[in-house]
Design a protein around this ligand. Structure first.
Ligand code: HEC
Ligand code: HEC
Ligand code: HEC
Ligand code: HEC
Ligand code: HEC
Length: 491
């Protein structure tokens, strides 16, 4: 009996000690999330080096090669009402050599982009791990000459820019902090020089997709923005009168003396940075002038018609449409601009809140660096704020996306109808002068439909704005057809 009590007491004591140790271990883990193994500084481009100190973030970063598929993929041509039943699966495209084609899923795009490189090759987006590979492999680069400016959003390029900047006479050394005066001079000098290089020359200077150094300060790990085009773009936006209640530091700057340009690295809050880090790339852009300077058209504001006004003011068009002869604009991934018009931005919800939610491992809480669709982890992305079941949340997203898709389909059909009408009238002898108004209306309609197509949330980031823009697209396209009909030429 005594023996038995003795053994039980002993085992109990051992278990208690193990528990105590475990708790102590967890507490220690929670206080020191940083392992100081590798020395990282402003020249450390390779994410694997950073990964030695931050293995959890590195692990997520690497897994962007194996993202879940978004609910809306053009190539699947999935009818909207099926979306409710289709669950998020790992991307089958991840193992394939190239992502599936958007042109196959939406054949209207071939007509809409006729005469431009996007009619040759236009694919689904996928995880960050693929960004450099996909840019090098696209037929848009292989068949058409592209500038070094393309590199801005597809590689870890901070060090490459600074090296070119130093070669071109910028002051200081590569080890200067990026945000120091010298560091910024090197960065901007490199940016100006690389933009106008050939893509082929530029891409040989880089090795990695966007990496730790492009979003983080190597000493403090604080977020920072590293893309000159964004620093210039947001400074221009600050000078406009477009209300930006979702960017309080910009509103604050506007009330000041404005002697120095708005600078996000100095003025933005941490929460704003959690969106601005993404807004360096997930935005509309063009390459301005002979220098091919990467420029964001935010001089009048972030809305579709405000960006359009900038393009009209500078007389910009990307190409002349092959069928209709209209001078048109190609839109690109305006996630930041559309998010800016929505209720989440207005409520202070950042890109990272949904696309890089926190996760837990033991007592450790850290940021999920597998940047992907939030629908892969609704519990961490949405249920932190919305007290509904996962099924209910998914079905709300489906409802928004299905409505958006239906409106977008109509907008694209209307644009194609207008292109065909102008083409027929032109073939029947209508002059450039006679077709002027119809072509101008095509430019407006096409810009709007394309902008919403190129945005990658299928309306989720700002549902009402999406419907407003597609509605305008339909109206402008049908007005254009009325103009053509007045000529009485063609069918
Ligand atoms: C409130 C949550 C939320 C916020 C905030 C948010 N998004 Fe999204 N985003 C979504 C949802 C939901 C989708 C649709 C996902 C799908 O179709 O599977 C999406 C889709 C996307 C996609 C396409 C996803 C894919 O897997 O192909 C990109 C890119 C994107 N968002 C970028 C951004 C950027 C950049 C910001 C900030 C400017 C942002 N998002 C802000 C919820 C959010
Ligand atoms: C340096 C530019 C750059 C930055 C910064 C950037 N992205 Fe991306 N992102 C891209 C590119 C390029 C792709 C498409 C890669 C491809 O298809 O090969 C992409 C793809 C995505 C996708 C689609 C993933 C999928 O599986 O389909 C999401 C979601 C996304 N980004 C969200 C974000 C968010 C959120 C941020 C900010 C935390 C961010 N991105 C920052 C350039 C960037
Ligand atoms: C301002 C940032 C930015 C610039 C500049 C940029 N891209 Fe991208 N690119 C992105 C983002 C963000 C995505 C992912 C979203 C999408 O696919 O809509 C992407 C996706 C892509 C893709 C995959 C999907 C597709 O379109 O087939 C290719 C290829 C690509 N870009 C090539 C290029 C080329 C070529 C250039 C230069 C002409 C360029 N990019 C310039 C940000 C940029
Ligand atoms: C596209 C931008 C982006 C890239 C690239 C990126 N991060 Fe982050 N990282 C973030 C964001 C956003 C946060 C959240 C920061 C905050 O809330 O202040 C973050 C947070 C962190 C943190 C703070 C702790 C935590 O988990 O919240 C560490 C450490 C970190 N990242 C390490 C890395 C490492 C290592 C890499 C490269 C393998 C990397 N990051 C690449 C955007 C990025
Ligand atoms: C940080 C908090 C937060 C997160 C995370 C968040 N939301 Fe929201 N969401 C809000 C707020 C705040 C509103 C505005 C409603 C209000 O003010 O009551 C909102 C509104 C909405 C609406 C109504 C939209 C509209 O335009 O009318 C939907 C749908 C929604 N959220 C879905 C989602 C989904 C899906 C996710 C995850 C991908 C998500 N939310 C993540 C805070 C959040």
């Amino acid at each position: 009996m005594y023996w038995l009590v003795g053994i039980v007491c002993f085992v109990g004591a051992v278990l208690a000690m193990m528990l105590y140790n475990n708790i102590r271990e967890r507490k220690r883990e929670a206080t020191s999330t940083v392992l100081h193994i590798a020395e990282i500084d402003e020249t450390t481009v390779d994410p694997a080096e950073w990964g030695k100190n931050f293995p959890r973030q590195y692990d997520g970063y690497m897994r962007t090669a194996d993202n879940a598929s978004a609910r809306f993929k053009w190539s699947e041509g999935r009818p909207p009402d099926d979306a409710v039943h289709a669950d998020v699966q790992p991307q089958s495209s991840a193992s394939a050599k190239k992502a599936p084609s958007k042109l196959d899923g939406d054949s209207r795009l071939k007509t809409i982009f006729n005469g431009y490189a996007f009619a040759i090759d236009y694919r689904e987006r996928r995880g960050h791990a693929f960004m450099l590979f996909d840019q090098r492999e696209t037929e848009r680069v292989k068949q058409k000459p592209q500038p070094g400016a393309c590199l801005n959003c597809h590689a870890s390029n901070v060090v490459a820019y600074r090296e070119v900047g130093l070669k071109n006479g910028a002051p200081g050394a590569l080890t200067d902090p990026l945000l120091s005066e010298e560091g910024q001079k090197q960065l901007f000098a490199g940016f100006s020089a690389v933009n106008k290089m050939t893509y082929n020359d530029a891409t040989h200077m880089v090795k990695h997709p966007v990496s730790c150094l492009d979003c983080h300060d190597p000493k403090s790990m604080a977020l920072r923005v590293t893309r000159p085009a964004f620093i210039e773009g947001i400074a221009n936006l600050a000078k406009s009168t477009d209300p930006v209640p979702h960017l309080p530091s910009v509103e604050q700057w506007r009330k000041g003396d404005r002697k120095q340009d708005y600078n996000p690295n100095v003025l933005a809050s941490r929460q704003e940075m959690r969106s601005m880090a993404c807004a360096q790339c997930h935005v509309e852009y063009h390459f301005a002038g002979d220098d091919k300077r990467l420029t964001f058209p935010w001089h009048n504001g972030l809305k579709a018609e405000q960006m359009e006004k900038h393009y009209d003011d500078i007389g910009w068009s990307d190409w002349t449409h092959k069928d209709s002869g209209a001078k048109v604009i190609k839109a690109q991934h305006p996630e930041f601009e559309l998010w800016s018009q929505g209720i989440h931005a207005r409520s202070g919800v950042s890109c990272a809140d949904c696309h890089m939610p926190y996760m837990r491992e033991g007592a450790m809480k850290f940021t999920d660096h597998q940047v992907q669709t939030p629908m892969a982890h609704v519990n961490r992305s949405c249920q932190t704020c919305h007290n509904y079941t996962e099924t209910e949340i998914k079905s709300r997203v489906d409802q928004i996306q299905s409505r958006s898709k239906a409106a977008l389909d109509r907008a694209e059909i209307a644009v194609v109808d207008l292109i065909k009408a102008i083409q027929a009238a032109s073939a029947a002898g209508a002059t450039d002068e006679e077709l002027k108004t119809a072509r101008a209306l095509q430019r407006k309609a096409q810009w709007r439909a394309d902008l919403m197509n190129a945005e990658n949330s299928m309306g989720f980031h700002a549902p009402a704005e999406f419907l407003r823009i597609t509605g305008e697209a339909i109206d402008y396209a049908r007005q254009g057809q009325v103009e053509v009909a007045k000529l009485g030429k063609g069918k």
